[in-house]
Write a protein that binds this ligand. Structure first.
Ligand SMILES: NC(=O)c1ccc[n+]([C@@H]2O[C@H](COP(=O)([O-])OP(=O)(O)OC[C@H]3O[C@@H](n4cnc5c(N)ncnc54)[C@H](OP(=O)(O)O)[C@@H]3O)[C@@H](O)[C@H]2O)c1
Length: 262
């Protein structure tokens, strides 16, 4: 049976690798970018459409252009690093619009088609940061944790309609993901943000290739009985187990030690 997939944020990194892998697996693939070259350009067999997740109108326009989907991969995203005390509320809202509210709106728009056909997959790309937040990235981690919990709830709601919902949580992956650093002049958090930022950048530079996540997603959407949560990338399973079973003090100590915090 011929299948169609939409991958958000398919211009680079995990999204591009996933779009390529789904195309290689025989899917007709639509990918999104905020700046597709023009109209509906095709690149490596992927059909690009415009999407700005912080703009509800853009989500509506995308939905109107889409054919019925078998798979939706909610992948697009960016990141921030800053202390909560100093992060302007507009910046918090912007990241939540990108990582959570935009995904909810898109899910709402594709569900009627999936329900009518009695099948579909929603794959939400979260992050292992939702289990073990990098210091000064609480907004990012909380949006990803909310996306995971949304999926956990949605899964039960959609099961009777034949629609599967899965969360994929990558560890550090070698991409050029944008991370906005937010801090004030003379901030008491500056040293912490700079030190944690340096280590986070080094982890990403030596992270797994995005294809590791893409391969996992392609495998998942071929499963009969998928679990609700899949870690992906180097040490991801180990970290997910550690975050669940290590005593909290030990877990927090390990994060402080890794990010050289007091
Ligand atoms: N890299 C990691 O270590 C890592 C780890 C865990 C989770 N993740 C998650 O994996 C996902 C993909 O990230 P990546 O590392 O592959 O980064 P990336 O290469 O920068 O890809 C991000 C994609 O999201 C799109 N995007 C960004 N902001 C958007 C917005 N406001 N509206 C619509 N599209 C937007 C970008 O498209 P355009 O710029 O073309 O619009 C780009 O295609 C993200 O959700 C990220 O949080 C990454």
């Amino acid at each position: 049976m011929h299948k169609t997939a939409l991958v958000t944020g398919a211009s680079s990194g995990i999204g591009l690798a996933t779009a390529r892998a789904l195309h290689a697996a025989g899917y007709t693939v639509y990918g999104t970018s905020r700046n597709p070259d023009a109209g509906n350009p095709e690149y490596e067999g992927i059909r690009y459409l415009p999407l700005e997740l912080t703009d509800p109108g853009s989500i509506e326009r995308l939905a109107a252009m889409l054919p019925p989907l078998d798979v939706l991969v909610n992948n697009a995203g960016s990141s921030q690093m800053g202390a909560i005390e100093e992060t302007p509320s507009e910046k918090i809202l912007e990241l939540y619009e990108t990582l959570l509210f935009g995904n909810i709106r898109l899910i709402q728009r594709v569900l009627p088609g999936m329900r009518a056909r009695g099948r579909g997959w929603i794959v939400n790309v979260s992050s292992l940061a939702e289990l073990m937040p990098v210091p000064c990235s609480a907004v990012y981690a909380s949006a990803k944790a909310a996306l995971h919990m949304l999926g956990t709830g949605l899964r039960q709601e959609l099961r009777p309609f034949g629609i599967r919902v899965v969360t994929v949580a990558p560890s550090f992956i070698k991409t050029s993901i944008v991370q906005e650093r937010l801090h004030c002049d003379n901030s008491p958090y500056s040293d912490m943000i700079q030190s944690a930022g340096r280590i986070r950048d080094a982890e990403i530079a030596s992270g797994s290739p995005p294809e590791a996540v893409a391969e996992k997603i392609v495998k998942i959407v071929g499963m009969k009985n998928p679990s609700s949560f899949y870690p992906a990338g180097k040490k991801a399973t180990l970290l997910a187990i550690a975050s669940k079973w290590l005593p909290e003090r030990l877990r927090e100590w390990a994060v402080r030690k890794r990010f050289r915090l007091r």
